[in-house]
Design a protein. Sequence first.
Length: 397
Amino acid sequence: MAELDLSQFRSMVREWLAMHLPASMRTPMPEDEMPWGGRKTRSPHPDTERWLQAMAAQGWTAPTWPREYGGAGLSADQAAVLREELARLQARPALFSFGLWMLGPVLLEFADEAQKRRFLPPIARGEIRWCQGYSEPGAGSDLASLKLRAVDHGDHWRVSGQKVWTSYADKSDWIFALVRTDPTAARHLGISFLLIDLATPGITVRPIHLISGSSPFCETFFDDVRVPKDQLVGPLNGGWAIAKRLLEHERQNVAAGGFGADRSVTNVQLARRVLGGGAGEPLGDPVLREQLAGQAMFEEALALCTRRVQRSLDAGGAGPMSSVIKIASARANQERAELAVEILGMDAMGWSGDAFAAAAVAESRKWLRSKGHSIEGGTTEINLNVVAKRVLGLPDQ
């Protein structure tokens, strides 16, 4: 579509969306209707699959990827126009996917041609759901100390060990994992990047139940798991460079998507439910009005910054700026949940039972879930260190 100028491209996008975007996909998205794709789950909403298929056929689930890999070959500016038009219509994302946000970009950069053609088109179509295998019980913030072993057995690897906090591993089809391929090398130099089918014998996935009652996180065990050699991405023992690159994409998308932050009900809507008043009337509590306005201003600034970083990613990389918006996004999500609980007052103490409104119970659980936002995608402390050293250029001491 490089032959179209941006105004022509915008007109084309608007015409296409008018024809293909169902009215039901122009509404807030409940968590149980999020389109993660893959073989194991289906959305309860019938239009979700239609919307995904239509977007994937256009290559617009991965708009800047080359056409031969399932994308649309759009420029960064064209991709920005597409995002703007989708946002204008308040369109639901056609696909939520760690494959799109994290794995796909590093495959484009580091994978060989056969791997790109094998793995990227199914990611763009939402056929394979991926999870991330980075953290281990003894390797969280200090990721380079990971111990999951991959031993060379000629035409395959034998993988043994454990990963933890593998989000949605119980619902995923494949995992991209950091493995230790040279235990004698320096910590950062003996790590490789491996793609593993979770249906392979020897893999056990166990959900980790959280205080919020939901269980997005899992621990994943590998017991002498056979993995073909052609599923190694990049050079042997060169996985650390891939790992760092992937984290840039993860942090940017955690910020852009607000993982775990269900926004189907805004705090303004919640305040009107609790305090009353019509849509055109100001809320009666001036302190609450100030809090809501401050929150809206911070989130708008974050959205603009996120958009700028997304353009950098589309153009080849965001670098440490992804850590800036990851920190800000965690703060925004947690403050949003905190204010919701404050609006609800004593009702926010509800957990279950007929005595508590379902909306209040949902908000109290979101508040508990929000505590993890400053941990997932790299802790706030780790990201502050990245910003201090790589953005501000501060000395170690």
